[in-house]
Write a protein that binds this ligand. Structure first.
Ligand code: UD1
Length: 372
């Protein structure tokens, strides 16, 4: 008779886009537990995002338990925030040993917890590893490069990510193309998407509005850049209503601008997960500088215009519905005209984006535990 060695995972979440990825892992672990597998997890929230609209409501919408611990680091410069996460996570993980630290995405929490775990000799698995924008002016690119340079196991969303990791010297046995945990959450919750208040209040109808998000430092941190971007977008969309949920980072800058909003722009606070995805699913097009939204629009077949010069998610362009606009407002105008004529590319869903990435990840960790 073989006695199964129990497996313990410590999952790290810090900022909004992490919660959808972690939720998929939590559901997959629970499934394994129900099947009798000796697996347990601890969910650590670093507290990088602390506003309820960027954090708490996501646990409810994603139907996952609240974190076991919140390190409450809050905001700060990159160095301060990263350092504070490291200090607090080091104390936590010393007192609460684990078999694996699992980090997701590319935020400061991903980087900080990876460094701490590795220096304590704890193996790290990176979910959404290997994506690269090639642009080191993005803080996330630095986080990706450093995390992937020392992590032990790499779970990827695309063949491009595998290629980057292999080129950077990783061994094939460490790199697993498993699909997309953010899409897992979308697939799981699709029937539960709910119209937000702004939808009914403003009499919006499916397919007859645009949706926009902006929060990249390169677009919003400089007031003059933000102002000029908004003026050009407003001109490009004409009279079509545009819903604009405003990230706290962007809100701060907008407060300095006293911007004159035309009635077609519908500003609101950051939305809950189920409400935001309802708006994505029914939008005529999405204008964004987010990473995750490029993936969600590709999955849902909604045109996406990305206000960035590059992307770490090229499959959304080559295969999906995404186009990089950069700061070329002529291209934005032409693209919107094409969308209005219903002439936008249809796109297809990348391989393994089927709602089962979390299950594949947990299965792999369980198999490794048995093999040890
Ligand atoms: C972070 C991630 C980014 C991710 C984004 C999603 C890094 C480097 N960046 O960027 O990859 O796409 O989250 O939202 O990890 N703030 C609040 N309330 C909060 C959190 C932040 O008001 O709950 C304010 C802070 O005071 C700060 C600003 O928002 O001024 C930015 O927050 P921060 O966590 O540093 O980065 P994000 O821009 O949110």
């Amino acid at each position: 008779m073989t006695i199964e060695k129990p497996l313990h995972l410590t999952l790290i979440a810090g900022a909004r886009p992490n919660f959808m990825k972690i939720a998929s892992l939590v559901h997959a672990i629970k499934q394994k537990q129900q099947a009798g597998c000796a697996i347990a997890y601890t969910l650590v929230h670093t507290g990088q995002h602390y506003d309820s609209k960027l954090s708490d409501v996501f646990f409810e919408d994603l139907q996952i338990p609240l974190p076991d611990v919140n390190l409450e680091v809050g905001s700060g410069s990159h160095a301060r925030q990263t350092a504070e996460i490291m200090i607090r996570f080091e104390d936590f993980i010393r007192a609460n040993p684990t078999d694996w630290v699992i980090v997701v995405g590319d935020v400061n929490s991903t980087l900080a917890c990876t460094i701490v775990a590795k220096k304590l000799g704890i193996p790290v698995a990176h979910v959404e590893a290997g994506i690269r924008s090639g642009d080191q002016s993005m803080p996330e690119e630095i986080n990706r490069l450093v995390t992937d340079s020392i992590a032990d196991l790499f779970f990827t969303t695309s063949i491009y990510a595998n290629q980057h990791l292999l080129r950077e010297g990783k061994n094939e046995r460490q790199v697993h193309l498993v699909g997309n945990t953010m899409i897992d959450s979308l697939v799981r919750n699709r029937e539960r998407f709910t119209a937000p208040a702004v939808f009914d209040k403003k009499n919006l109808t499916a397919g007859d509005y645009y949706l926009m998000t902006l929060h990249r430092p390169s677009n919003v941190d400089d007031a003059a850049v933000l102002q000029s971007l908004l003026e050009q977008i407003i001109q490009a969309i004409g009279n079509m209503p545009l819903v604009f949920p405003v990230h706290p980072r962007t809100r701060k800058k907008l407060e300095e601008l006293a911007f004159q909003w035309p009635p077609s722009i519908l500003l609101c606070d950051p939305l809950r997960y189920l409400e935001f995805l309802y708006l994505v699913q029914h939008a005529r097009a999405v204008i964004t500088d987010s990473g995750g939204i490029q993936e969600e629009t590709t999955y849902l077949g909604v045109p996406c215009l990305t206000l960035r010069a590059n992307t770490e998610r090229p499959e959304t362009i080559h295969q999906g519905t995404n186009l990089l606009i950069g700061d070329d407002m002529g291209l934005l105008n032409r693209s919107l005209a094409q969308i209005e004529q219903r002439a936008w590319k249809k796109g297809s869903i990348p391989d393994y984006w089927d709602g089962k990435a979390g299950e594949r990840i947990v299965e792999r960790l369980v198999q490794l535990n048995i093999a040890e």
